[in-house]
Design a protein around this ligand. Structure first.
Ligand code: ADP
Ligand code: MG
Length: 425
């Protein structure tokens, strides 16, 4: 056979098993053998992925409505089968094709994967709470299942695929026979010690605990039909008085992927020259990549409740990159593309406004509770001080909330206090 100069197709075809990347095998081993003390979180992770998939499709459909294929009511459905011992999580979001499946679920370890290992403490409960943070959430399905199938079809594509694995080193991807609906169904074949997850009340309880804030409706299939089991509306648009501390906290876990309690919650609606709602959190622990050179900001931008991006747009200043949460703008056009968000004057205004708000809340907190403020300063003071070296209009205000060590006492001191104490001349 003549050797043609053809690019080699490295995509494995058919039922050929594909090996997991080495780091992922390690993650799987941990999931299966040691992180099962707080198993319930697998459902939070899978629902969070389903919600992300719906967000992605809704964003893509802004510019190409055909992708909705006449099925624009995005939703998540849970169904269980006690006979077969399975629990399924279905979404009609963006779905995955073969390449997506191979990349996302097995061969490419994220940059966070190594960090995940570095952060393991050996305390399985603590370690399980790290799962979402480092982008290994999907693999938590193996805490409760000894076999996982992913049936999926990508929006706008014809072919559906089935990914399958027992979490022991390999997986397979094959073409789905017959019609595969758009989106993804994850079928968990439950382990003997995890049969409880076929129990509808148990599942509903977990959803209420961890996933009530998800902005897409979550349905549970029952003998009588489908029943909605969450509120299904974006948390940040609900009135403050109707949101409990637990709901804020779960939402914080969802957006930050961080296991701690937020140090501060900022939930406001700005009405005036610019209109937006912010639900922002200051963490009580340092995110692992806080001092990475890219200085990534991770506040999510929504426009009229449609998720747009969490990439590095100028939504908040870099020296406030410890902030987590969402900002939902009323002023940006819905058909905005991520590219046109660079150097956008509306975003600049939102960023200035948020910056003022954060600094004034910090000032209040510092005045009211110096000790509590010291905890914030310990975590994020160095980041905030970067703002002093940057072109911002807020330097004075940043200085007001800066704290320093002094020879006067063991406590941190601010410039105002220092000036008060200062001896004459
Ligand atoms: P993360 O959610 O932090 O990206 P996960 O391990 O939870 O990490 O998921 C890995 C990737 O697999 C996701 O980023 C996504 O690309 C893909 N994925 C997982 N679940 C779904 C789903 N239901 N629909 C579409 N893609 C999914
Ligand atoms: Mg995830």
């Amino acid at each position: 056979m003549a050797k043609a100069q053809k690019k080699k197709d490295t995509t494995p075809v058919g039922d050929q098993p594909i090996a997991f990347a080495a780091e992922i095998s390690k993650v799987l081993h941990l999931m299966i053998h040691s992180l099962y003390t707080n198993k319930d979180i697998f459902l939070r992770e899978l629902i969070s992925n389903a919600s992300d998939a719906c967000d992605k499709l809704r964003y893509m459909a802004l510019t190409d409505n055909n992708l909705m294929e006449g099925d624009a009511e995005l939703k998540i459905t849970l169904s269980s089968d006690e006979q077969a011992n399975t629990l399924s999580i279905t979404d009609n979001g963006v779905g995955m094709n073969r390449d997506d499946l191979i990349e996302s679920l097995g061969t490419i370890a994220r940059s966070g994967t190594m960090e995940f290992f570095n952060n393991l403490s050996g305390d399985s409960k603590k370690d399980a709470s790290l799962i979402g943070q480092f982008g290994v959430g999907f693999y938590s399905s193996f805490m409760v299942a000894d076999k996982v199938e992913v049936h999926t079809r990508k929006a706008g594509e014809a072919e559906g695929y089935i990914w399958e694995s027992d979490g022991q080193g390999e997986f397979t991807v094959k073409v789905a026979e017959g019609e595969q609906p758009r989106g993804t169904t994850i079928i968990l074949y439950l382990r003997d010690d995890s049969k409880e997850y076929t129990d509808k009340f148990r599942v509903r309880h977990i959803v209420n605990t961890y996933s009530d804030h998800i902005s897409f409706p979550i349905y549970q299939q029952t003998e009588e039909g489908e029943e909605a089991i969450n509120e299904g509306s974006a948390l940040w648009v609900r009135p403050k008085s109707e949101i409990s501390d637990e709901q804020y906290q779960e939402f914080y876990h969802h957006v930050s992927h961080s296991p701690d309690e937020p140090w501060m919650v900022l939930h406001n609606k700005a009405e005036g020259v610019i209109e937006y709602t912010n639900l922002l959190f200051i963490p009580s622990i340092k995110p692992f990549d806080l001092f990475h050179p890219e200085r990534r900001r991770r506040v999510k931008l929504y426009v009229k409740r449609v998720f747009i991006t969490e990439e590095n747009v100028d939504l908040i200043p870099a020296h406030m990159r410890f902030l987590r949460g969402v900002i939902d703008s009323q002023d940006l056009p819905l058909n905005i593309s991520r590219e046109t968000l660079q150097d956008n004057p509306i975003l600049r205004k939102i960023s200035d406004s948020i910056s003022n708000k954060v600094l004034s809340e910090l000032k209040k907190k510092a005045a009211k509770d110096a000790e509590g403020y010291a905890a914030f300063w310990e975590n994020f003071g160095a980041v905030l001080k970067e703002g002093l070296c940057e072109a911002t209009t807020n330097k004075e205000k940043i200085l007001e909330v800066c704290r320093f060590h002094s020879t006067d006492s063991d406590n941190l001191t601010g410039l105002d206090d220092y000036i008060e104490r200062m001896k004459e001349k």
